[in-house]
Design a protein around this ligand. Structure first.
Ligand code: NAI
Length: 473
């Protein structure tokens, strides 16, 4: 099989950027060019201010950039020169047409594929890195074969990405597994071996697994569906805890000790966010429906429904605790990113919770350590509603610290589990002194020491912890 000397990655986003920067770092003998149509994004990758925040990413990029790692908008040149091309473009949920609200929009994947066919002048290995519905490789192959120049061969591989935002560099450095799917043909196996060799530069060989391309595609959707299902399961239990006097952290600890269940990813919260979980489950729901499996579709649909219900329940509890009205009350929302250690806000629970708080006419003060102000305004604005931004700015303000957000507030609401918000890092006595009394804290991420804060004087409400004490007293 062929040794890979030049790699092109189409799509310089949260996946393409860190993934291919890591390949460049670990494989100094391979030239890696990451291309995107978005000039601003490429300029940022070439600057000191990278377009995405990930711990450790600056160093990876600085070490390899302009050595064997390049960022460019010259898509054609990178395709022509490459032996292997990663397709890492976005695959959002369709907003209209057939499968609207569920199916993945494969328009970007298709247009990148057509572009490869149009400009390629030599054989290519084309790798699906984007998360795609099962059998997308077949469509890509048809497009390449129908449009490529005569005599060229295109091999398609599936190589889904399992990195988690916030720990992307760590995950890429030491992945649990690397998955490569190929067609069961001699040239399919040869193409897979070429990609195995790339990863083998730093990933232990037994962690690089190969299988058929359809299993590989489905494994990515399956992994995200199971991860999200775990969160919805513990969140469903958190509701029972709140109503009974059980403590969800204790329950999670107890069940997590069962080696069949395991302790990870069992933290109750305001619900999952991020660009992938919901999109990929809805994609699985759509796939199930297309395969005439309505019960299967309904099963997975409930994982998303539970997530929505958790955000609603959390907000309703804020309102009822604040004596059933939050009109004109200042609510400090700490955290806007969908999880800690990322600036990504896609599908962040904070967005939904703030929307509910706004509907109750609250005044919301937001602070997040990494999310840009412009991104917050963008996420909260409701397109199409006239003068929404003016109304928005009357109700919502963005603070430059947790202290500023909390000053004069009736409640602090923790939406993201940033370490900065822990009671060991923030001065909660100072926060308490600056708030209206009774001063409430709603811990949507279970990061605070409830006893410590109650001693200061706060009324503390946590996801999955009993609210029955007052009735018992
Ligand atoms: P993103 O939106 O951050 O990046 C995609 C990039 O592709 C954009 O910069 C866009 O301008 C570019 N692009 C689109 N069409 C193009 C074309 N024809 N030529 C050149 N550039 C083009 O998306 P992200 O988050 O990187 O996700 C990419 C894929 O990876 C998705 O399918 C996603 O489901 C999957 N994924 C995402 C993970 C995550 O944590 N964000 C984790 C694992 C998989």
């Amino acid at each position: 099989h062929k040794a890979i000397k030049k790699i092109c990655c189409i799509g310089a986003g949260y996946v393409g950027g860190p993934t291919c920067a890591t390949i460049a770092l670990k494989c100094p003998h391979i030239d890696v060019t990451i291309v995107d149509l978005n000039q601003a994004r490429i300029d940022a990758w070439n600057s000191d201010n990278l377009p995405i925040y990930e711990p450790g990413l600056d160093e990876v990029v600085k070490t390899a950039r302009n050595r064997n790692l390049f960022f460019s908008t010259d898509v054609d040149k990178a395709i022509i020169e490459a032996d292997l091309i990663f397709v890492s473009v976005n695959t959002p949920t369709k907003k209209s047409g057939v499968g609207k609200g569920y199916a993945a929009d494969l328009g970007y994947v298709e247009s990148a594929t057509r572009h490869i066919a149009k400009v390629a002048t030599s054989d290519k290995i084309v790798v699906e890195k984007s998360t795609v519905p099962c059998r997308t490789a077949a469509s890509m192959r048809k497009i390449l074969e129908a449009n490529g120049k005569a005599g060229l061969r295109f091999d398609i591989l599936s190589n889904p990405e399992f990195l988690a935002e916030g720990t992307a560099v760590k995950d890429l450095d030491a992945p649990d597994r690397v998955l490569i799917g190929s067609l069961d043909t001699a040239s399919g196996f040869a193409a897979a071996s070429s990609l195995v060799d790339v990863y083998a530069n730093w990933v232990p060989r037994e962690r690089v697994i190969t299988m058929n391309v359809w299993s590989s595609e489905l494994s990515k959707l399956a992994a995200n569906a199971l991860l999200a299902q775990r969160i919805s399961s513990i969140n469903a239990l958190s509701a029972i805890c709140e109503a009974t006097g059980a403590d969800v952290d204790e329950v999670a600890y107890a069940v997590g000790l069962d080696s069949r269940i395991g302790p990870k990813f069992l933290k109750a919260s305001v619900g999952f966010g991020g660009s992938c979980f919901q999109k990929d489950i809805l994609n699985l729901v759509y796939l199930s429906e297309s395969l005439h499996l309505p019960d299967v579709a309904e099963y997975w649909r409930q994982v998303v429904a539970m997530n929505e219900s958790q955000k609603r329940r959390f907000t309703e509890h804020i309102i009822s605790s604040l004596f059933n009205t939050i009109t004109n009350k200042r609510i400090a929302v700490l955290g806007f990113a969908f999880k800690k250690d990322t600036g990504d806000t896609r599908e962040s629970s904070a967005i939904t919770i703030i929307k509910y708080l706004r509907a109750e006419q609250a005044k919301v003060a937001i602070y997040d350590p990494k999310v840009e102000e412009s991104q917050i305004w963008f996420d909260l604005a409701e397109p199409g509603i006239v003068d929404d931004v003016t109304a928005l700015k009357k109700q919502v303000s963005i603070s430059s610290s947790a202290y500023e957000a909390a000053a004069g507030a009736d409640a602090v609401v923790i939406c993201t589990e940033w370490d900065e918000f822990k009671d060991t890092n923030l001065d909660y006595e100072k926060i308490y002194a600056s708030m209206n009394k009774p001063a409430f804290i709603f811990d949507g991420r279970l990061i605070l020491n409830q006893n410590k804060l109650e001693k200061i004087g706060f009324k503390v409400e946590c996801i999955g912890r009993s609210r029955l004490e007052e009735t018992f007293e």
